[in-house]
Design a protein around this ligand. Structure first.
Ligand code: NI
Length: 177
């Protein structure tokens, strides 16, 4: 079954709403949302997706770091589904690096993010998980988490000069990490 959904584009109201806590991880409805997120993400070159991006205002994200033509130096990991995620910065150190978003096609920007974070989420079995993340995966997590708060990465850009079109970005081809 093809459960691919359209990806909400910047300007859509759903991307600016705070998403609702998931209380029914095992329900058919939640499983259908997760399935739709998985197949939608698999059809893109993205490395993460948040439920509001498929117009479901729920606190569900997928973190799926993998090398793609969009992010050639991304590290390989199993796509991880996270319910009701939260995080704490382990230090105030932030690092600027490039991000893009499937909801904002054609644009890349330098975004400051915490380098080291401790994350908490509930997994698909309903079990609590605590993990330390750093570097690119920590960046993906913070980007997807923002979607649950109605924020996009452009909100975090420090200077408009840090915003590039994709064609200009590919001319300089900065490493992602
Ligand atoms: Ni995004």
């Amino acid at each position: 079954m093809n459960t691919m959904r359209q990806i909400a584009q910047l300007g859509a109201e759903i991307l600016r709403k705070k998403a609702a806590v998931v209380t029914d991880i095992d329900s058919i409805e939640t499983r259908q949302i997760v399935e739709a997120m998985q197949s939608t993400l698999a059809n893109t070159q993205g490395v993460g997706l948040a439920a509001p991006q498929i117009s479901e205002s729920k606190r569900i994200i997928i973190v799926a770091s993998r090398p793609t033509p969009r992010y050639p130096s991304a590290l390989q990991m199993e796509p991880t589904i996270m319910f009701n995620p939260s995080f704490q910065a382990l230090s105030n150190d932030k690092e600027k690096n490039w991000e893009g978003c499937l909801s904002i096609p054609g644009i890349r920007a330098l975004v400051p993010r915490y380098k080291d974070i401790m994350i908490n989420y509930t997994d698909q079995q309903g079990q609590p998980v605590e993990l330390k993340l750093d570097g690119f995966v920590a960046r993906i997590f913070q980007h997807e988490y923002d979607h649950l708060e109605g924020k996009v990465y452009l909100d975090r850009v420090e200077d408009n000069k840090d915003i590039f079109t994709e064609s200009e970005y590919f001319k300089i081809q900065m490493p992602v990490l």
